[in-house]
Design a protein around this ligand. Sequence first.
Ligand SMILES: *Cc1c(COP(=O)(O)O)cnc(C)c1O
Length: 383
Amino acid sequence: MRPIQMVDLKSEYQRLKKDIDAAVIDVFETAAFINGNPVQQFADALKIYLDVKHVIPCANGTDALQIAMMALDLQPGDEIITPSFTYIATTEVVALLRLKPVFVEVDRQTFNIDADSLRKAITQKTKAIVPVHLYGLSCDMQTIMQIANEHNLFVIEDNAQSIGGDFYFKDGTVKKTGTIGNIGTTSFYPAKNLGAYGDGGAIFTNDDSLAQKLTMIANHGQSKRYYHDVVGCNSRLDTVQAAILNIRLKYLDKNIEARRKAAAFYDNAFKNHPVIKTPFQADYSMHVFHQYTLVLDSDERSVLRNALSNYLTAKKIPSMIYYPVPGHRQKMFDSFDSLQYDLPVTDWLTERVISLPMHPELNEEQLSYITTNVLEFISNHLS
Ligand SMILES: *Cc1c(COP(=O)(O)O)cnc(C)c1O
């Protein structure tokens, strides 16, 4: 059996090696290191794939969030609502911009922002909501957009984990995640569903004036060279990374299909288990399985979860805890009185989630070895 990896970037490179090597060498030979043709080509291709009006490439997914928030003309102290159960980048940039992160609860099944908790968190100072499509499952964007419209709030979708996902509106409209709010952001970190071979990110919007602002902010606040109208930053997608992404984008749908197949294998193996809860699949979206995350529904909390993780490690099966500490319990947010938050579902999940290997290269032999070992450990542990 091939060694099992959490993500397997080497196998796909071996298959695409000819195309990727040629694209990268072309960048070197033309010496178009900064803003070379592949950058615009990739932005155009992604625009078509996502069916969105503007794609602004940038240096990484954290920058994408920061630039998105900088484009909204917010004042220090303005409140941004985000889930606590997310990667730190989402909430960190809020504090970095001297805005106030307001942490809300997630739903126990979907792991995504909970609508009631969101409604309760809205105040006079709330300016934006940042829903995170965690692990590859879209938030309920129909409800979130309705709440945002009622309260005149911006919506920035953190789509770093869900690129390629579809959201189905009740009227039959289908939209790609990240293109529903005012702005969407994503990351091309290598392990993401659409990864580069280094850092990268992008911002999407259908709003022409926001697109102009976002483009300026990512480029030192200028639209004409050396004339700087607003304070911006330097955030570019590297040409080499764009050349690689141009190739990998062509395989995104095929890779999502392979991820969904692996997820179906896991689902089937764990179905109706009293302790192992498999990922929720909503009727309003298509899950793209950036992660395959189980919840071990047991009073033993992290003791059981960590014991499983150790057992799997001994069997040479990698696993990960995304994320062991939620935002509101991170030291960096002490000054926001973050420990005052009462987020029992977030805490409950933090102690019980475990992500299994998930990537397009997993084969049935590996999947069966993983599921057999998980089931064996849990049943031995419970008996
Ligand atoms: C990966 C990720 C980011 C940040 O992306 P980087 O490219 O690493 O800066 C932001 N939000 C979420 C939810 C992520 O998973």
